[in-house]
Write a protein of this length. Structure first.
Length: 304
């Protein structure tokens, strides 16, 4: 491998930054995983496991209902057990906070106040400490109960009775939390003072929902099914996701199907949909994979 072909070293902009996370379940640990990848020194404090649990079971509910996900999220991250509801636990927490640059939480604001972890108190005691607080919804709505599914439903991203394919609000919120952490560190380094950042999962869902709000992914939208070159079709032995949206890709798809695409409007006509569906239905996944390479058509075949 020559010097010009070596992959660039991974950037570690948070090297030397000490992060303590009290955040449980998915968004907080997913954000912590990203902060570790950015070079931060990450520590996770968890509550004691439920009484009667088998030895070694984590206090984070994720470790109890999905050990595989928990193991991936916490790979290389040191975890400790702290009971924040006891004086001993509070003492251990504040001993750790004294050498922490960024605190990550996922409690409701009222719970933070009960644990003496409100922003005003923390900022007074640790002026250089920043806090990224993950909540369900912003402002006064932060006290409302909710979860990924309810935030997606509120954003219009649960159109039918089936559950979404993944936890979009949780994972989007994790991205926003890691972004907030980067912003906080930048402010810290320029001012020497910590800042408070609130990240709402409902805001993450609303951000992800923008293309639907604009009409792009609605049934009448170009990437919602109205464009014949951007759909999922059945094929002979499975399915094929076709993303021939741009004019040159759409023209290549139409040419392969024996159609004449005079302009973009052709791709929105029912006859074009029917012709492309018939063409793809008659091909196997292997044939479609070969067609993709030969004709430079963006598609991906799937099992039934």
């Amino acid at each position: 491998m020559t010097a010009t072909t070596r992959p660039a070293p991974a950037l570690k902009p948070l090297r030397g930054v000490r992060v303590l996370s009290l955040a449980l379940n998915l968004p907080g640990p997913a954000a912590l995983m990203r902060l570790k990848a950015l070079g931060a020194t990450c520590l996770k404090a968890e509550p004691p496991a439920p009484k009667g649990s088998v030895a070694g079971v984590p206090g984070d509910p994720m470790g109890q209902y999905n050990p595989k996900a928990y193991a991936t999220l916490h790979d290389g991250i040191k975890t400790i057990t702290i009971d924040l509801k006891t004086d001993k636990g509070q003492a251990a927490l504040h001993k750790t906070l004294a050498r922490t640059d960024l605190l990550l939480t996922s409690f409701r604001p009222s719970a933070l106040l009960k644990l003496n972890l409100g922003w005003k108190a923390l900022h007074k005691q640790y002026p250089a400490l920043s806090v990224v607080a993950i909540v369900g919804a912003p402002g006064e709505r932060a006290e409302e109960p909710g979860h990924d599914l309810t935030y997606l439903a509120d954003a219009g991203l649960v159109p039918g009775l089936e559950l979404p394919a993944t936890l979009f609000a949780d994972m989007g919120g994790a991205l926003m939390a890691s972004e907030a952490a980067l912003k906080a560190v930048m402010v810290q380094k320029s001012t020497g003072k910590g800042v408070f950042q609130e990240v709402a999962l409902s805001d993450a869902a609303a951000w992800l929902a923008l293309p639907r709000t604009w009409g792009l992914t609605q049934p009448t939208g170009a990437v919602g099914g109205a464009h014949a070159g951007y759909r999922v079709y059945p094929c002979q032995d499975g399915r094929v996701a076709v993303a021939a949206l741009e004019p040159h890709f759409a023209a290549a798809l139409c040419s392969a199907a024996g159609l004449s695409a005079s302009d973009m409007r052709t791709l929105f006509k029912p006859a074009t949909h029917a012709a492309i569906a018939t063409f793809l239905k008659g091909m196997t996944r292997k044939q479609l994979d070969q067609l993709s390479l030969a004709k430079d058509i963006p598609l991906h075949t799937l099992a039934t």
